[in-house]
Design a protein around this ligand. Structure first.
Ligand SMILES: Cc1cc2nc3c(=O)[nH]c(=O)nc-3n(C[C@H](O)[C@H](O)[C@H](O)COP(=O)(O)O)c2cc1C
Length: 191
């Protein structure tokens, strides 16, 4: 069975984006093994921490970076579910992908990264803008680091009043169809 890795751009416990991912998971779980990337323990980018060569003794921080890269390598496809923060994508995703953009063995810059050529798509739940600015910038960055990005279709959810006031995440029939269609198209894209 092929493997999909879901990345949530919010560490909030009741994250609407995590709830959106659960819906996508339900559509795909019979066809793919699905897991969620745990990356809240990776450090901020610091070139002093980059990993050089095989057999290097890894610090705790480096072990976290190494583990995250291994999770990425195992995935046949990556689906990012993210809020929009200030017209862009959250800094925690920028930090994650800054690490992933670096060669796994930094001693030679021609060495491969964990993400190059990897199939990826994105969705987001947020305000009226439906995370459009966030995803445009995210898609651009993902292409820059040589990922294979499915830009169409991508689901953007404008959260309803009950989400903002009561913290309840409810999707309309139309929104459910959108995420379902993206799930189907991503399954074709990943194969
Ligand atoms: C720092 C910050 C900036 C935000 N900026 C935007 C924004 O530019 N556009 C938007 O639609 N929502 C913005 N929001 C609101 C988020 O979309 C909203 O909090 C959303 O529920 C977060 O997703 P989550 O439920 O998955 O954590 C912002 C929230 C935070 C914390």
């Amino acid at each position: 069975m092929k493997h999909l890795l879901f990345i949530i751009g919010s560490f909030r416990k009741e994250s609407f984006n995590r709830q959106l991912a659960k819906i996508a998971e339900d559509y795909l779980k019979d066809r793919y093994e699905i897991s969620y990337l745990d990356f809240n323990d990776i450090p901020f980018m610091n070139q002093d921490l980059e990993i050089k060569g095989q057999g290097q003794h890894l610090s705790h921080d480096q072990e976290h970076i190494y583990r995250v890269r291994q999770e990425i390598l195992k995935a046949d496809g990556i689906w990012i579910f993210t809020p929009e923060y200030n017209h862009s994508y959250p800094g925690l995703l920028k930090n994650l992908f800054d690490w992933l953009s670096r060669p796994m063995d930094i001693s030679n810059f021609a060495n491969p990264t964990a993400v190059q050529g990897k199939k990826v798509t994105a969705s987001g739940a947020g305000g009226k803008n439906k995370t459009a600015s966030c995803r445009a910038k995210l898609n651009d960055m993902l292409e820059y680091i040589k990922m294979d990005v499915m830009k169409e279709p991508q689901t953007g959810i404008a959260l309803g009043m009950e989400a903002w006031v009561k913290g309840e995440f409810k999707l309309t029939e139309e929104q459910l169809n959108e995420i379902k269609e993206q799930a189907e198209k991503f399954a074709e894209f990943v194969g």
